[in-house]
Design a protein around this ligand. Structure first.
Ligand code: SF4
Length: 251
C-alpha cells in the first residue's frame, strides 16, 4: 500500500456518483491524456497529458473508498475514463490492484489506444468490466474520425476476447459517419464474433462539449452534423438485436 504514496496520476476531475459510465452508481475518474483526436470529443480538455492536476494514487484510493457503501448498495463501482486512461497504465495498475483487494468493482472506459504489453494484460486481468469504444469499424473512416489507425482498437478487442473479459462495446452514432443500417449490420457481424461482449451501448452523438473546443480555440468540424433522433437510435438497436446482439440505449 505504501507504494501508492509515491505514484502520481494526472487527472482531469472525478465524479463521486456517476450513473452513465457502467452499472450502478460509480465513482468516475476522468484521467488526463489521450492520443486520439475524435471529431466529436466532448472532453478535449483531457487531451494533453501535462495538463489537469496531479494526485497521488493513495489519495485517489482513499477518496474512492469513501464511497464503497454507495457502490455496493447499487452494484456499482469505480470507472476510469478520460481522456484515455491507459495512457497512464503503469501508474494505474498498482491502484487497480489495491482497489481489487478491497472488493471494488472496476470498469475501464477506453478506446484501447495502447500497445498490448504485460502491463496492459495485467490491467485486463484486474478490471471487472471493459467499456470499449469502437468508433468506426472501417480503418480509413476510423482514421478520419480519430486521427489514428484502428489497429490498437482491434488488438485490444482481441486481447479482451482472449481473456474472456466481460466487455461492453460503446458505439457513438454520428450522422453521416457511422449511422446507416448497412453499417449497423456490419457492426453486429463484427461484435458477434466476440462472445465476451455482453452488450453494445449505443450513444447518440451530441454537441454538449462544443464550448470546450471554442474555449481551447480548436476548430470544431462537426458543427453542421445533426444529433441523431431517438427513432434513429432505436432503429439501429433493432438491427443489432435482430442479429442477436444485446443493446443498451436510452429510449
Ligand atoms: S478517445 Fe475519448 S477523450 Fe480521446 S479524443 Fe476520443 S472521445 Fe476524446
Amino acid at each position: 500500500m505504501d507504494n501508492l504514496d509515491n505514484i502520481n496520476i494526472r487527472i482531469h476531475s472525478y465524479e463521486s456518483a456517476g450513473t452513465v459510465d457502467g452499472p450502478g452508481i460509480r465513482f468516475v475518474v476522468f484521467m488526463q491524456g489521450c492520443p486520439l483526436r475524435c471529431k466529436y470529443c466532448h472532453n478535449p480538455d483531457t487531451w494533453e497529458l501535462n495538463s489537469g492536476k496531479v494526485v497521488s494514487a493513495k489519495n485517489l484510493f482513499d477518496e474512492i473508498l469513501k464511497y464503497t457503501s454507495f457502490m455496493k448498495f447499487s452494484k456499482g463501482g469505480v470507472t476510469f475514463s478520460g481522456g484515455e486512461p491507459l495512457v497512464q497504465k503503469k501508474a494505474l495498475l498498482p491502484l487497480l490492484k489495491e482497489l481489487k483487494k478491497e472488493g471494488v468493482h472496476i470498469a475501464i472506459d477506453t478506446a484501447g489506444t495502447t500497445n498490448i504489453d504485460d502491463t496492459t494484460l495485467e490491467i485486463i486481468d484486474t478490471m471487472d468490466l471493459a467499456m470499449l469504444d469502437v468508433k468506426h469499424i472501417v480503418p480509413y473512416e476510423y482514421k478520419l474520425l480519430t486521427g489514428l489507425s484502428n489497429d490498437m482498437n482491434i488488438s485490444f478487442l482481441e486481447a479482451l476476447a482472449s481473456k474472456n473479459k466481460r466487455t461492453w462495446v460503446r458505439w457513438v452514432v454520428v450522422p453521416n459517419i457511422n449511422d446507416t443500417k448497412e453499417y449497423a449490420q456490419k457492426f453486429a457481424s463484427l461484435i458477434k464474433k466476440y462472445p465476451n461482449v455482453e452488450l453494445v451501448e449505443i450513444l447518440p452523438y451530441h454537441k454538449n462539449g462544443i464550448y470546450k473546443w471554442e474555449a481551447l480555440n480548436i476548430p470544431y468540424q462537426l458543427k453542421d452534423t445533426p444529433e441523431p433522433t431517438k427513432d434513429n437510435i432505436k432503429e439501429l438497436a433493432e438491427i443489432l438485436e435482430n442479429q442477436g446482439v444485446k443493446t443498451l440505449y436510452s429510449s
